[in-house]
Design a protein around this ligand. Structure first.
Ligand SMILES: [Zn+2]
Length: 278
């Protein structure tokens, strides 16, 4: 039995028996990890993170994700074109994406989706067409998708309904309880980041309370979305990593009235089942 004492800020300690957390969404291809990426990835299992999944956002980061998955047993990958990079997805790029997706440790097509928040992203029609192509690829390869929905709830749900044979996870969930219940009904999962721990978090907390825990997963979306409580180092380094996913688990445990160990065990089982990780 292994005991890990995980400090939250300076005040609270959580203990985890055995390594068991699954960070289902972290971007280790980010420049934020340039100086210590390998060390950090290697250190995860000894720090309570048994598994992490790295989604790609275009070809280069998808290739990086596959590379980490090849090198580290506990790292898995997803490949896809994020709405921010959807204009790079021509026919040749889509073929290369399909080739990458056939790698054994690639467990999903992602991160794909719709983002109507940023004005310099591709127009809505281009985003939706790119999304449809990738949903179609997921169906063809029998893989789930990792879906990014920012300020695009109605069109995201329309895409889900257009592709009834595809399931996936809405990552960093920001929609309503009603939308989450429809997704769960269709076999989709909901995943929470550090946004669940933010002092002003309201909607994600309602969704976490309303949904059966079997439909929920946790993630960091590192290097973004540093959870609360934050430390003085967070202000300095402004970088999140899988080492912080226990804070999302701890908040979910509070909301669900479960122990941290139970939430860690259940969300890890959910992630392994969903991504078909042995
Ligand atoms: Zn992401």
């Amino acid at each position: 039995m292994m005991y890990l004492y995980l400090p939250v800020a300076d005040t609270k300690c959580y203990r985890l028996d055995d390594t068991m957390l699954f960070d289902t969404h972290a971007h280790y291809d980010s420049r934020a990890f340039a100086s210590d990426r390998d060390q950090l990835l290697a250190s995860l299992p000894a720090n309570g993170v048994a598994l992490a999944l790295n989604p790609g956002c275009e070809l280069e980061s998808s290739r990086e994700a596959v590379e980490y998955a090849r090198r580290f047993d506990h790292i898995y990958a997803a490949v896809g074109f994020h709405p921010s990079d959807i204009e790079k997805m021509d026919e040749a790029a889509l073929c290369q994406l399909e080739e990458l997706a056939r790698e054994p440790k690639v467990k999903a097509i992602g991160e794909i989706g719709l983002d109507y928040y940023w004005e310099d992203y591709a127009d809505r029609r281009t985003q939706n067409e790119g999304l449809d192509r990738q949903m179609e690829l997921a169906r063809k390869l029998n893989l789930p998708v990792i879906f990014h929905d920012r300020e695009a709830h109605a069109d995201s749900m329309a895409a889900v309904r257009r592709h009834p044979e595809v399931t996936g996870v809405f990552h960093c969930y920001s929609g309503s309880v009603e939308q989450a219940l429809e997704l769960a009904d269709r076999g989709w999962m909901i995943s929470f980041t550090g946004a669940l721990t933010f002092p002003n978090a309201k909607k994600p907390v309602e969704v976490a309370a309303a949904l059966p825990i079997e439909c929920l997963m946790i993630e960091t979306d590192a290097p973004y979305m540093i959870p609360y409580p934050r430390t003085p180092e967070d202000k300095k380094f402004r970088r999140n990593s899988s080492l912080r996913v226990y804070q999302v688990a701890a908040r979910l445990a509070e909301i669900k009235g479960l122990s941290l160990e139970e939430v860690a065990r259940i969300t890890t089982e959910n992630g392994k089942r969903f991504f078909r990780i042995p």
